[in-house]
Design a protein around this ligand. Structure first.
Ligand code: ATP
Ligand code: MG
Ligand code: FE
Length: 337
């Protein structure tokens, strides 16, 4: 199965070609970060317009690099949700139309399923079943993954997603948008012993998360201290340590609850180095193993959509002539193909 994948759910246009026999043949990404930076967040209409500009040139580039033409493709996969509706519609219409033109099936992919399957692009790939920690800009959840389309949410954030909390706290620190990576860099210089922020919702059973209080805690700590580079770095460190610790505690609980030995971590916050080190240590203690996508596939990309589309197509999934796009769509609504 050779599949072209298109991702346009938010502020990156991602395109890739994945072949179930030969692996990932080519991929490219255009990030709109610079476009939205001056607004401090993603402006939906600007995002849609930029996807319109970028998607076809990227498709040409990636198909050229992969050395495939429309005749070589078995299908075209696209992100159908969740995400910004206008942005989703760009990728969905382009993908659906090209599939029609080439006479191959179109395959709708759930964006979070894409993130969750991204570690399957790597060697060694995790086998089913596993527990997945999805930590991105819009989601924080633990999922019991039994197979393709067999997902049960074990717990999720009641308020801010982990990435969102990173971005909002980074904004308080004047680090720009999206500030997660910059906050992590600042935390490197922080003193881990100066402040201790709470580990939200770890004092009771359950697998739900709540990160909005940490951002408030960062705000009050910054207000109470005399603001200098040292204070900023120490707050960044206290914040990062609290998020990382909380995620590790809940991952351990989730693995114990379902008896899983394999943990898959995906989504942008999965690029965080301290989180990776802490999860590796926890998994070693539990006799388990952690799997990640390569750093560039932690955040949004076309490769994960091409892969998920190829697996779905191989299992028999395809959509009709409609152009499906859903802003809100929970991953546990998916069914086995
Ligand atoms: P969703 O997938 O939920 O729709 P999204 O696609 O916007 O959201 P991703 O692209 O997967 O999310 O990830 C982006 C998020 O990851 C941002 O919030 C960003 O700050 C965060 N992030 C990226 N790198 C790091 C890092 N090293 N440490 C912490 N956070 C990071
Ligand atoms: Mg993004
Ligand atoms: Fe994403």
């Amino acid at each position: 199965m050779c599949v072209l994948g298109i991702e346009t759910s938010c502020d990156e246009t991602g395109v890739a070609v994945y072949d179930t026999r030969r692996g990932l043949l080519a991929h490219a990404l255009h990030s709109q970060v610079a476009l939205h930076a001056e607004y401090g967040g993603v402006v939906p209409e600007l995002a849609s317009r930029d996807h319109v500009r970028r998607v076809l040139p990227l498709v040409r580039q990636v198909m050229g690099e992969a050395g495939v033409s429309g005749d070589d493709l078995d299908g075209v996969a696209f992100t159908a949700g969740p995400g910004l509706l206008g942005a989703l519609l760009v990728g969905a219409s382009v993908a659906r139309s090209m599939a029609w033109g080439w006479g191959v099936p179109a395959v709708a992919v759930h964006h979070m399923e894409g993130h969750l399957l991204a570690p399957l692009l790597e060697e060694p790939a995790p086998a089913f079943p596993f527990v997945a920690l999805l930590v991105s800009g819009g989601h924080t959840m633990l999922v019991d993954v039994r197979g393709l389309g067999r997902y049960r949410i074990l717990g999720e954030s009641l308020d801010d997603a982990a990435g969102e909390a990173f971005d909002k706290t980074a904004k308080l620190l004047g680090l720009g948008y999206p500030g997660g990576p910059a906050l992590a860099r600042l935390a490197e210089q922080g003193d881990p012993g100066r402040f201790r922020f709470p580990r939200p919702m770890t004092d009771r059973p359950g697998l739900a998360f709540s990160f909005s209080g940490l951002k408030t805690r960062a705000l009050t700590t910054l207000r109470d201290g005399s603001r200098d580079a040292r204070l900023d770095a120490d707050v960044a460190r206290a914040f990062e340590d609290a998020v990382v610790d909380t995620l590790v505690i809940k991952c351990r609980r989730a693995m114990q609850a379902v008896g899983a030995r394999r943990l898959v971590v995906a989504g942008g916050v999965g690029a965080n180095r301290r989180l990776r080190a802490a999860l590796a240590a926890m998994a070693a203690e539990e006799g388990g193993q952690v799997f990640y996508p390569r750093i560039e596939f932690c955040t949004d990309n076309g490769a994960m959509i091409a892969l998920a589309g190829a697996l779905r197509l191989a299992a028999g999934a395809q959509c009709g002539l409609e152009i499906p796009a859903r802003a809100r769509w929970s991953i546990d609504e998916l069914a086995p193909v």
